[in-house]
Design a protein around this ligand. Sequence first.
Ligand SMILES: CCCCCCCCCCCCC/C=C/C(=O)SCCNC(=O)CCNC(=O)[C@H](O)C(C)(C)COP(=O)(O)OP(=O)(O)OC[C@H]1O[C@@H](n2cnc3c(N)ncnc32)[C@H](O)[C@@H]1OP(=O)(O)O
Length: 719
Amino acid sequence: MARYELVKRSVALITLTNPPVNALSSAVRHAMAKSMEQALNDPKVTAVVICGENGRFCGGADIREFAGPLRGPPLVPLLDAIEAGEKPVVAAIEGVALGGGFELALVCHYCIAHFKARLGLPEVTLGILPAAGGTQRLPRLIGIPAALELITTGRHISAQEALKLGIVDQVTEQNACEVAVEFALRAVAKPLSSRRVSMLTTPCPPDLDALLEVVTMEVKKKARGVMAPLACIQAVRAAATMPYSKGIKRESELMATLFNSGQARALQYCFFAQRTAGKWTLPSGAQWNNSKPREIRSAAIIGLGTMGRGIVVSLARAGISVIAVESEKKLLETGKQMVIGMLERDAKRRGVSASLNLLKFTLSLQDLKDVDLVIEAVFEDMALKKRVFQELSKVCRPATLLCTNTSGLDVDALAGVTDRPHLVVGMHFFSPAHVMKLLEVVCGPRSSSETIATAMSLGKRMGKVSVAVGNCPGFVGNRMLKPYLDQATFLLEEGATPEQIDKALEDFGFAMGVFRMSDLAGLDVGWRIRKESGLTGPDVDPKNPPRRRHGRRYCPIPDMVCEQGRFGQKTGRGWYMYDKPGGTNAKPDPLIQNLLEMYRSRYAIQPRNISDKEIIERCLFALANEGFRILEDGIAARPEDIDVIYLFGYGFPRHRGGPMFYASMVGLERVLERLEHYHQAHPDVPHLEPSPLLKKLVACGSPSVQTWREHIKTMHSHL
Ligand SMILES: CCCCCCCCCCCCC/C=C/C(=O)SCCNC(=O)CCNC(=O)[C@H](O)C(C)(C)COP(=O)(O)OP(=O)(O)OC[C@H]1O[C@@H](n2cnc3c(N)ncnc32)[C@H](O)[C@@H]1OP(=O)(O)O
């Protein structure tokens, strides 16, 4: 857990050995304490270097230990002892120094960082704060404004930025450990008092209160209802206003308020869920660690609409040659200019050169004959997509993977028109595709494990969080959206307003309520789909009574909004009104209020007061209920996959963990009871009927979300 060696006859080299990230587990803390004691007591030792094995200094406290009782030597006294020691201690930072790892570096008297190293205090992203002295030492070292920024955002910084801020003493391109040993030898006999950061006085700006107020407002705006950043601000205030001994106590009190909170549990769950999602597995036994992805050097995109353009940018940014295809010269030219502009702006922001040399634009599918992979991103029309796939079958070499960016159509039906169904897979990007991190990899029943592995690995290469899902209408994300949207519009019928529903959801933590989100996405897309499926428009079966389709409750208000040409932000009118087409400032629109009143009076609906609690329960429990059905149907393998999809694709607040984790936090019994209650009140809404899996889990004593998969595994899988 920590290796102790004597090098250069007088330097104790302590190497943390806890792969993969040398987290400060109880065993590591124990071994470090012993090694430090040995180094400080050995008269031969004049200096100490601390480094991490395998080119990684330290990824911080062992997050898995937070879930159980705290064991082993506490970190704070161990770090205090390192700082107080009479022999110079040098941190040799390679790879990462994060969280407790950064705090370890802060107590070392000197820091050498490899030029590729990254440092940061990401505790806030886990719902806690840097409680091993980080909130007290960092402000003393770099001042309040810079420390506040790093601690409240959890941002990682480069070694170069750390040098500029005065966190590290030297950046090297050589082996940081060897440089640190030489540095340590030179540091022997130099006075250490000024190197003990806890002894420094915090440089305090004259307008401290005003600064803290501004940061508090910013944090509240960015992360509504999230506790950890606010606690971080209070801890940093203590660093400015109290001596170290009192500040560290304040830090620890604030940590105690966060440590066992639901938010901390949710955020730590999200950390592991994201990593779990990458470990896809199929019933055949094929999985992430036994299926080799193909190497993708070249790709083609069919269609340069909004999605296609974003995908081209994502691929080019990942260093992949891209051929972009359009059907008309004008569309091709427009798409080309947009892609080039996007890549140039992106490169400027990242301080790199735009990879325009990787791009080729063409009107001819014949140019695709040698590419490794094609992603079709044409209009969401099955007949059109089938024609494209038939054509691709003819022109692409037999080994080319054929992917579709459909947001919900049958991937297997597309595979069926090709000569290589095993090489067909869905790659469902989210708009804007060069910004949104989520990628649903849709596994058709005939997609080979190599095809799935390739799509997953390509997603990772593009910086996406990829989740493998099964093939059904809407896959996971969009399938779950329907009951959520339905509940929102039913609530409108019953007496709520768009702004009331949005406010309840935004107070819950969503960046945007459902109606603001719909206005942003465009209301016409859903309208077209409803018309095509005969739910509205001239094809509606006249036998359907009003507000009912196929024997179920149906709310026609969204159709009525679209009939008025209100398609959302792009038309300047939707559920809200905007200053101009494309405007973003949403204001409640009296016309919508009128429409709702007229609608209710036409159908003799007596509007009632609807509480925020009912809004949240009906929208979110219906959402989770569909998630349970998706697990039952084997469309998602694990609740973590669903949660990751909602966190990264639909703006579900991270501090709530995702819809499935949220349901588990509320308590499955309670969710079941509320769904039963609402289903009784609305028997014509099947989405409110509790799913058999939810009932089964409750019958099994509501196990923790991490163990649900044991109850699901006997069920049929469509992955
Ligand atoms: C009333 C109660 C009072 C309570 C008071 C409590 C007092 C407690 C005091 C304690 C004070 C401690 C203060 C310090 C806190 C911390 O340090 S919290 C941790 C901060 N660190 C992080 O957030 C870093 C997290 N990790 C990462 O960002 C990345 O993993 C990485 C280090 C940048 C590496 O990335 P990459 O190479 O992409 O690998 P990954 O796939 O992400 O990770 C590989 C595997 O390692 C696991 N892992 C990573 N970090 C940790 C960690 N810190 N702890 C445990 N495990 C970790 C990760 O899950 C992967 O595992 P597998 O999926 O199983 O492979």
